[in-house]
Design a protein around this ligand. Structure first.
Ligand code: PMV
Length: 353
């Protein structure tokens, strides 16, 4: 049998194409991170560029919700190629991600652009901390793809530069962000592992759309509220009670301090110039339902981030009962249920780009 020269070339080309294809896949790095719900909120920066917060905060990672981010470097790219939830990223989101990749590129000394694909299994940008899980997953996948080997505090510091609360999605379980004074000492640490306490977050979705004012813009407004300085000054008291409630697994103690902290943050938002009102009538409806549920002897409490959706927390045995009650509220479109989650982690590379 004869093999023609063009035939050999064609075969060689096909083999080369396959090698390049698999090399790309091998080089791609995928990370998963969970969003977190803040028990003691971060609101306002003492330094904006590096997102050094005005106050410390405490949160719980949410295991059922996740961002999955895959990244590969490609020397042939003229710019970063960014896909979010299967679509080319909008310019505002793309710019924020490119700026973050620049930080990683400067740190690694590698200038190559990247192909990046990220997706959430929950509504994006509606007060369920998609930026927290997003930048935590990106910090981990991106630093690995660019050859950096960062320990947990260093990863947390990096994630913070993308979105403040993202630094809390790097460590596992129940997490405290030590505010620090500058870039070197502002990072998050784990207070307790996810299995420390079977606390569950039921997120009552009353609005799955994107919020109009991002939290980045909101942080800038915090200092315009006359209430912000009192809130910041009182932070150590709230942090101490929250830490104790978590360590002692004391739901009643946690309920009081978390609801107070949430209302203090929203009071600051509502009294900023211009005023920020994230709540909808349905938000208040869920708050009232939670207070009613509690009056029936079922332990539960609420908290709300920069959005209209209400996080309802309870221990695992009360979840079915509370879920039925939340779903019975007409303005609640769905309920996302999540126990405490693990740290940001690398997983086997995805094949999709
Ligand atoms: O990380 P950012 O910039 O999206 O800010 C998060 C702000 C809150 O979610 C409202 C509170 C918090 O501590 O997560």
């Amino acid at each position: 049998m004869y093999v023609t020269l063009p035939g050999i070339y064609a075969q060689a080309e096909a083999i080369d194409f396959k090698i390049q294809y698999y090399r790309k896949l091998m080089d791609s790095v995928t990370a998963i991170a969970h969003p977190n719900i803040a028990f003691i909120k971060y609101w306002g920066n003492r330094e904006d560029e590096f997102r050094i917060p005005s106050n410390g905060s405490i949160s719980m990672n949410l295991s059922s919700l996740e961002t999955r981010t895959s990244i590969s470097l490609d020397a042939g790219l003229p710019a970063d190629q960014i896909t979010i939830n299967g679509e080319i990223a909008k310019e505002r989101d793309a710019e924020r991600i490119r700026n973050f990749l620049e930080i990683i590129r400067r740190q690694s000394g590698i200038s190559t652009y990247a192909r990046l694909s990220t997706s959430n299994n929950f509504p994006t940008g509606s007060g369920i901390a998609s930026s927290a899980s997003g930048f935590a997953a990106l910090a981990l996948a991106g630093s690995k793809a660019y050859g950096l080997s960062l320990n947990e505090p260093a990863l947390s510091r990096l994630a913070r530069k993308g979105s403040g609360s993202a630094c809390r999605s790097i460590p596992a379980g129940f997490v405290e962000w030590l505010p620090g004074k500058d870039d070197t000492d502002s990072f998050a640490v784990s207070l307790a592992s996810p299995d420390h306490w079977q606390l569950v977050d039921l997120v009552a979705i009353v609005n799955a759309g994107q919020k109009k004012i991002s939290s980045t813009e909101g942080h800038h407004l915090a200092s315009t509220s006359p209430l912000q300085s009192a809130r910041v000054m009182d932070t150590d008291r709230r942090l101490t009670i929250c830490r104790e409630a978590i360590m002692e697994r004391d739901l009643n103690l946690l309920a009081v301090i978390v609801e107070q902290d949430c209302l203090m943050m929203h009071a600051v938002m509502m009294t900023s110039s211009p005023a920020l009102m994230y709540w909808l009538p349905a938000t208040l409806e869920v708050i009232q339902a939670v207070v009613h549920i509690r009056s029936e002897g079922i332990p539960a409490f609420y908290t709300i981030d920069a959005g209209a959706n209400v996080h309802v927390l309870t221990t695992i045995e009360f979840v079915p009962d509370i879920e039925v009650k939340l779903r019975a509220i007409a303005s609640v479109s769905t309920v996302l249920i999540s126990p405490a989650g693990g740290p940001a982690r690398l997983v086997t590379s995805d094949l999709k780009f």
